[in-house]
Design a protein around this ligand. Structure first.
Ligand code: FES
Length: 136
């Protein structure tokens, strides 16, 4: 014989709790949201800042990925987000024309000689999260 016990109203949303766990996990590993994917036009560098003030340049590529590099050129610290992407995974500094690979940070053309720092990126539910610096 079954016993009717009434309708139980959940005061705890398991989906929201799972989302919080995921967010805390990303945060624990050094990731934080810096933009929404919808705010990034394709192949247009965009400057964002992390909560610690660190300047990052985001580049949304044509294949839906997002690259994150340091926003200061290693030549004379001009803002990389004021430069151009060349559509082939390259970003060019607007001041003296140094070019860098957006995936590795490698110098492709001087006068810069040091690579740009590159950061891990996660895309999650339309959010762009930037993580730790990748190993050079
Ligand atoms: S500051 Fe970027 S090339 Fe000189």
């Amino acid at each position: 014989m079954s016993k009717f016990v009434g309708i139980v109203k959940l005061t705890h949303d398991p989906f929201e709790a799972a989302q919080n766990v995921v967010t805390q996990t990303f945060t624990a590993h050094g990731f934080e949201q810096v933009a929404r994917l919808d705010d990034l036009p394709e192949n247009v560098p965009v400057a964002v800042a992390r909560s610690n003030g660190q300047q990052i340049c985001l580049i949304r590529t044509g294949n839906g990925e997002v690259a994150a590099v340091g926003n200061l050129c290693t030549h004379q610290e001009f803002e990389m987000a004021l430069g151009d992407t060349l559509g082939n995974g390259t970003i060019e500094c607007a001041w003296h024309g140094a070019r860098f690979d957006i995936r590795t940070g490698a110098v492709l053309q001087g006068p810069a000689t040091d690579p740009l720092p590159v950061y891990d990126v996660l895309l999650r539910d339309g959010a762009v999260l930037v993580g730790p610096r990748k190993a050079p």
